[in-house]
Design a protein around this ligand. Structure first.
Ligand SMILES: C[S@@+](CC[C@H](N)C(=O)[O-])C[C@H]1O[C@@H](n2cnc3c(N)ncnc32)[C@H](O)[C@@H]1O
Length: 354
């Protein structure tokens, strides 16, 4: 795919996912690349050498992350005036002029993060994962031994400490939490029962091939820079979770999915919950197969005293021909029936219980 189409495609994706600002900026970069000549020159220069790796669509997000990082570090001149993430007010013409000027005048700075893969940790996805934990709690009263694959900064390991507001306006979890997920849950989910006990997480283990240290300045900058700068709800959730992570560090171990699941053992007196969100697509087929095979083994070995659950929020097709959507899917052993519990948006909320 050529750069122009890649930037235009990413612009459309940003528009549909709720970022008019990134949609407009990336659309205008695509327009400049289409026109060529002087207009395109600063962008062609900044992107040079990165066109192919690892796919031009991701390059658009790398550029936006790299520039957002400069804004967050107050190294982007007047561009911050237009960036809501630092208190600015977005307006298309002014923002584009300042964005294009930065890329033209500070090409070295704008390129700084082009060789890094975007690293996000989407706090809104905790709404789906926690709903899954509540469902597990309806079947077993045991405390939770939580293991996450692809934790990024480990923020969702603190999901039980967030506040969730359902479609009736009721608040669940910690009402004083710095993370409040408004409109988190809709439909007849496990939070609706009068006696739904809140999950007790006895152990939390975060893992990732490329962990982000959320308790450090560098880690916080990384996780913030890749959030689209006009999506203030996402940024607010992230800031709340970073505050919690500073108070309760949840280290993320550097280990890949295959090696992690190979080493999981059932814990008597606890339900082991293996969960992951939006990371399955990064595993190659062989690693996916190994993780599935080990999950089946762990399920087969589960007992009522040491149950095992696999809970995932991943883009999937429920049936051939259906659209790919973000589905919360649970398998709980003994038993291991596959249950399609809920659908959510890519960034997590709202979760629509089926
Ligand atoms: C899109 S992020 C999602 C992070 C987090 N689960 C969330 O929902 O916010 C995907 C994560 O998967 C991690 N990842 C990619 N390949 C992996 C692998 N083979 N094993 C474990 N983690 C992996 C990446 O480093 C990244 O942190």
């Amino acid at each position: 795919m050529d750069l122009e189409s890649a930037f235009r495609g990413q612009a459309q994706a940003c528009a549909s996912l709720g970022s008019p600002m990134y949609a407009d900026l990336l659309g205008r970069v695509a327009d400049a690349l289409a026109v060529g000549g002087e207009e395109a020159e600063p962008f062609v220069r900044v992107l040079a050498g990165h066109e192919e790796a690892p796919g031009p669509a991701a390059l658009a997000l790398r550029l936006m992350g790299s520039v957002h990082r400069l804004v967050l570090e107050r190294r982007a001149g007047g561009l911050g005036t237009w960036y809501p993430s630092v208190g600015g007010t977005y307006e298309p013409e002014g923002c584009w002029a300042a964005f294009a000027a930065l890329v033209a005048e500070e090409p070295g700075a704008a390129r700084e993060w082009l060789d890094r893969p975007p690293q996000t940790n989407e706090v809104g996805r905790a709404a789906a994962l926690t709903a899954g934990l509540l469902e597990i709690g309806r079947h077993t009263p045991l405390p939770v031994h939580l293991v996450e694959i692809g934790s990024s900064g480990g923020l969702n390991l603190l999901a039980d400490r967030f506040a969730y507001v359902d479609d009736q306006g009721r608040v669940h979890g910690d009402p004083d939490s710095p993370v409040r997920l408004d409109g988190a849950w809709t439909g007849p989910g496990p939070w609706t029962g009068p006696d739904a006990p809140w999950p007790v997480v006895a152990e939390r283990r975060g893992t990732d091939v490329m962990p982000v240290e959320a308790a450090t300045t560098a880690g916080r900058l990384t996780l913030t820079a890749y959030v689209w700068a006009d999506m203030t709800g996402r940024l607010e959730r992230l800031r709340g979770a970073l505050q919690l992570a500073a108070e309760t560090p949840t280290p993320v171990q550097e280990i890949g999915a295959r090696a992690l699941v190979a080493g999981i053992e059932p814990v008597p007196g606890a339900v082991t919950v293996l969960w992951h969100s939006v990371m399955w697509q990064y595993l190659d087929r062989a690693e996916q197969d190994d993780v599935v095979a080990r999950t089946e083994e762990l399920g087969a070995a589960a007992t009522d005293e040491a149950p095992f659950a696999h809970l995932s929020l991943e883009p999937r097709r429920r049936a051939p021909g259906e659209d790919r959507e973000f589905w919360l899917v649970l398998r709980l052993w003994p038993g291991g029936e596959t249950r399609w519990l809920a659908r959510s948006r890519g960034h997590g909320v709202p979760v629509d219980w089926q």
